[in-house]
Design a protein around this ligand. Structure first.
Ligand SMILES: NC(=O)c1ccc[n+]([C@@H]2O[C@H](COP(=O)([O-])OP(=O)(O)OC[C@H]3O[C@@H](n4cnc5c(N)ncnc54)[C@H](OP(=O)(O)O)[C@@H]3O)[C@@H](O)[C@H]2O)c1
Length: 243
């Protein structure tokens, strides 16, 4: 077990939602230092702990990513949490929504992994933790661009996992179903709080599980997919067509 105690952790999109909860959970786990990053520092909550250092970071701005990497050469655990959800199906949705999902969730996270891999290698044993989604396994058409970006991110995560396997860097994917945050506001199901899910995520991260599904809804969907991939596709078809 590689615990997070005394580790130096960087978390993207830390100003709200799951990212903010991951900062709080990392503090509870005894992290030595947490770089909490956000694209607008005015939106940052006060974490009330001097182990938290705030940095401005938009993951789609590669120059800024490289600048932040220059300042954070002691990072041992990189948590790529930042993400967006732009809704729309493939045939009628805005093409800009497809592009935006891809730019943040896929290309932005790739920027981070490329910038931080050499730092993590120097500081190994180390970890990369990518917030993916259960829709990486099967597309939900109302969120088609988001699903595609998360499938692409899951693929990149699996690739980097192998690329870094001999360098003592563990690469983990988090694939939640639904968590109560701004991203899922108004969705018609019961969802666990981001604080409770963040704590489960970090427990599993410490245990070294590679593909982590932290919530009940996600586990139900993942089990359906494991039994037979078409079962998850059928669940998503029923959700899409309101059946
Ligand atoms: N909530 C769920 O049910 C769920 C399920 C599966 C996966 N996830 C994933 O979990 C992660 C966190 O989601 P959440 O539910 O906490 O969403 P959220 O409440 O909407 O928070 C998203 C965070 O990402 C940041 N962000 C967006 N674009 C960014 C960029 N270009 N550069 C840096 N930061 C950026 C946001 O910053 P601003 O405040 O500046 O916009 C915000 O801090 C996402 O990757 C999401 O896809 C969530």
């Amino acid at each position: 077990m590689q615990t997070l105690k005394d580790k130096v952790i960087l978390i993207t999109g830390a100003n709200r939602g799951i990212g903010k909860s991951l900062v709080k959970s990392s503090l509870e786990k005894g992290a030595r230092k947490i770089y909490a990053t956000s694209r607008d520092l005015n939106k940052m909550p006060n974490f009330g702990d001097e182990r938290v250092l705030l940095l401005e970071l938009d993951i789609t701005d590669n120059a800024q990513v490289l600048k932040v990497a220059e300042k954070t050469k002691d990072v041992e655990v990189l948590i790529n949490n930042a993400g967006i959800l732009s809704q729309g199906n493939i045939l009628e949705g805005e093409i800009s929504a497809v592009e935006n999902n891809m730019n943040v969730n896929y290309y932005g996270t790739i920027n981070m992994m490329r910038a931080f891999a050499p730092i993590l290698e120097k500081n190994a044993p180390a970890k990369i933790v990518n917030m993916v989604s259960i829709v990486a396994y099967s597309s939900l058409p109302s969120l088609a661009g988001y699903s595609a970006s998360k499938s692409a991110l899951f693929s990149a995560t699996q690739s980097v996992r192998i690329e870094l396997a001999k360098k003592n860097i563990v690469v983990q994917a988090i694939n939640p179903g639904a968590v109560a945050t701004d991203m899922t506001k108004g969705m018609p199901f019961d969802m666990p709080s981001s604080d409770s899910v963040a704590s489960l995520i970090l427990d599993k991260v410490e245990e070294g599980e590679l593909d982590i599904v932290p919530d009940e809804m996600g586990i139900g969907m993942f089990n359906a997919w494991k039994e037979e991939p078409s079962k998850l596709a059928e669940m998503f078809s029923n959700m899409y067509h309101g059946e």
